[in-house]
Design a protein around this ligand. Structure first.
Ligand code: URA
Length: 192
């Protein structure tokens, strides 16, 4: 157990250091901070968003801007403490003006997320928004039709919910979000 913990600690440190030094795509040159990921490295539940925004780039922490604060409210509503989950993004560096990630940027960055999965081994993965769902669940994922559906892939239960930024633009979607987040909590309870 201790040996594993030490090996994992070492692997996390090496991974984070590589990620912080990464220049595999042009975004690395313009970032303020790398937004590697935060939370419980033994989490059963992992959330994956799209890419850091302005506040995340400034602080180095995922989902701390307006969208993140809304995510926090949903976590609170379904009784999932933020510190118990792990939160990361497909991209670790901010795209200019918050544009969508380019496929080449996702390709350059996805290895860091894969390694994070491998180390955390979550039982449930929640994609925050379409970009993450298209990359992690299936390329033709349709968020309006398929949010809240469950997929079992590689030993992990996966689902996607609306990106919190989409809820800020269209608050009517908050009802679906609450339902989907309650289903996430139920799935975790089922698997306990
Ligand atoms: N949007 C994302 O997809 N990720 C963040 O970390 C913040 C906003």
């Amino acid at each position: 157990m201790n040996e594993n913990m030490n090996a994992d600690t070492f692997a996390w440190e090496a991974l984070e250091a590589r990620c912080r030094a990464c220049q595999s795509c042009p975004l690395g040159a313009n970032k303020t901070n790398t937004v590697f990921g935060t939370g419980n490295r033994q989490a059963s539940l992992m959330f994956v968003g799209e890419a850091p925004g302005e506040q995340e780039d400034r602080t180095g922490i995922p989902f701390v801007g307006k969208a993140g604060q809304l995510l926090d409210k949903f976590l609170f509503a379904v009784d999932i403490p933020r510190e118990e989950v792990y939160i990361a993004n497909i991209l670790k560096c901010r795209p200019p003006n918050n544009r969508d990630p380019e496929p080449s940027e996702e390709d350059a960055c996805i290895g860091y997320l894969r390694e994070q999965f491998r180390l955390i081994r979550p039982r449930v993965l929640v994609c925050l928004g379409r970009i993450s769902a298209m990359r992690l669940i299936k390329p033709d994922f349709r968020i309006t039709r398929e949010h809240g559906h469950w997929f079992y892939k590689g030993g992990i239960w996966m689902t996607a919910v609306y990106h919190p930024a989409a809820l800020l633009r269209d608050p009517i979607k908050k009802e679906d979000m609450l339902r989907d987040m309650m289903a996430v909590r139920e799935k975790l309870r089922e698997l306990e």
